[in-house]
Design a protein around this ligand. Structure first.
Ligand SMILES: [Zn+2]
Length: 196
């Protein structure tokens, strides 16, 4: 099963030569489609010049762009209040398929507010996939379009509004144990259907 959505953080060093990026250093990001999903590779300019970027596109090549490494991006969760971005991160972290429509709506909201930027969009296995970048942290969000119908859209928007207002209930919180129903004595309690 392919990953419908994920977050891939910006690397702190070059994937080829393992050298750590310096603050404000320009780097290249390569996005490739591998069987299990999309993979980003962050590569320094020198390695890029030495043949890791030019020449024939690598297998599964989807996209390439340049970025500038920031050694100290502002922390993501400084505010306690649930924001569209913190909520989206939690939903992806939980990876519960029922929240994919909400995640998609959140990504669209964030893009409208210019808090996420579309880096690439393409069709994979018949579904539209968006690759967003959080410009400050350089994190990549891969989100599959759930192809919502108009009548589903309204419900999902209500779900998103409720999640933003009340937050996401994490499944790690202790859940009240649901007592199993007493097994029914099948002998003489319920009238059995005539089987003959
Ligand atoms: Zn390198």
């Amino acid at each position: 099963m392919i990953t419908e959505w994920n977050i891939q953080s910006r690397g702190h060093g070059c994937e080829v030569c393992s050298r750590a990026f310096a603050d404000r250093e320009a780097y290249h990001t390569l996005l490739c489609d591998e069987k299990a999903g999309f993979r980003r590779s962050d590569i320094c300019a020198e390695c890029w010049r030495q043949g890791h970027g030019e020449g024939p596109a690598p297998k599964g090549f989807i996209s390439h762009w340049q970025g500038v490494y920031e050694a100290n991006p502002p922390p993501v969760e400084t505010i306690k209040k649930e924001t569209a971005e913190t909520l989206l991160r939690k939903l992806i972290g939980q990876n519960d398929p029922q929240h994919i429509p909400a995640g998609y709506i959140l990504a669209v909201m964030l893009e409208r507010k210019r808090l996420l930027k579309v880096k690439e969009q393409f069709i994979r296995e018949g579904k539209r996939v968006f690759v967003y970048e959080q410009p400050k942290s350089g994190d990549l969000f891969t989100i599959t379009d759930p192809d919502l119908q108009l009548d589903q859209l309204e419900q999902v928007q209500r779900d998103v509004a409720a999640l933003l207002e009340h937050g996401l209930v994490l499944p790690t919180a202790p859940v009240e144990e649901v007592l199993p129903l007493e097994p029914e004595e099948s002998s003489d309690s319920a009238p059995e259907e005539a089987g003959s």
